[in-house]
Design a protein around this ligand. Structure first.
Ligand code: ATP
Length: 231
């Protein structure tokens, strides 16, 4: 099955084409890295998949449902870690998960979810304002995993993390992949996605300029570890 499919997906804001005729397929169970520099159109694409933005042209399906016409069927099965999410500083980690479960009408055990994202029980009781950036991102991922979604969409989850936080985020993505969750992971840094993604798509000024495995992509651009900044 196909988890995400876009056909000619386009978003224009006045004269600016933020996403330009995007044809993209993400397979079920795949970890897909969505790469591109700031302003490439990654968040706009994600917003259209989630029916937060209306395409100017084209269409998308998510988990087999039309992203616009059948958004209500999609939302319970998709977990989202939005770009720039921050915690409620005074609420404990556990309360964040409980809050997310209540909002989604799910009855997950908060302890299971906290463990799933690598937060230990002592941390779960502390105010999330005391957490490191990496812990905050893992907590946000735990909130996104409420209801055990089939698809996890993470918009720049590794931005601003230190190397330890990045490794923990990558481990978390790997564990989710092992459970069979499809993961759509956006980033502007290849090194953050390459350790975990089956394939990557590279977006530049709204256009999809490459879709390949990491090895294939490195070959296409002439190898080397310098790709981060050729984006
Ligand atoms: P970033 O990592 O900086 O968020 P991105 O790849 O997610 O980058 P988008 O946020 O999708 O990029 O933005 C793509 C382009 O669309 C940018 O030029 C941005 O300024 C523009 N844009 C996004 N949302 C709007 C909006 N609501 N109105 C006008 N222009 C917008």
């Amino acid at each position: 099955m196909v988890a995400i499919e876009t056909t000619g997906l386009t978003k224009e804001y006045g004269d600016l084409t933020a996403v330009d005729d995007l044809d993209l397929t993400v397979d079920d169970g795949e970890v897909f890295g969505f790469l591109g520099p700031n302003g490439a159109g990654k968040s706009t694409t994600i917003n259209m998949l989630l029916d937060f933005a209306r395409p100017t042209a084209g269409s998308a399906t998510v988990l087999g449902y039309d992203a616009q016409a059948e958004a209500d069927a999609i939302s319970p099965r998709v977990g989202v870690l939005p770009e720039g999410f921050d915690v409620y500083p005074r609420l404990s980690g556990r309360r964040h998960i409980e809050f997310a479960a209540k909002t989604k009408g799910a009855d997950d055990d908060p302890d299971d979810l906290l463990e799933r994202v690598g937060l230990d029980p002592a941390d779960a009781e502390r105010p999330a304002g005391d957490y490191s950036k990496g812990m905050r991102q893992r907590l946000a991922t735990g909130m996104a995993l409420v209801g055990d979604p089939d698809l996890l969409i993470m918009d720049e989850p590794s931005t601003g993390l230190d190397p330890h936080g990045i490794r923990e985020m990558q481990d978390l993505v790997r564990r989710e992949a092992e459970r069979g969750t499809t993961v759509f992971f956006s980033s502007h840094i290849l090194e953050h996605v390459e350790a975990v993604c089956d394939r990557v798509g590279v977006l530049n000024e709204g256009e999809l300029v490459a879709v390949d495995t990491i090895a294939g992509l490195r070959e296409e651009i002439g190898g080397g570890a310098t790709m981060t900044l050729t984006l």
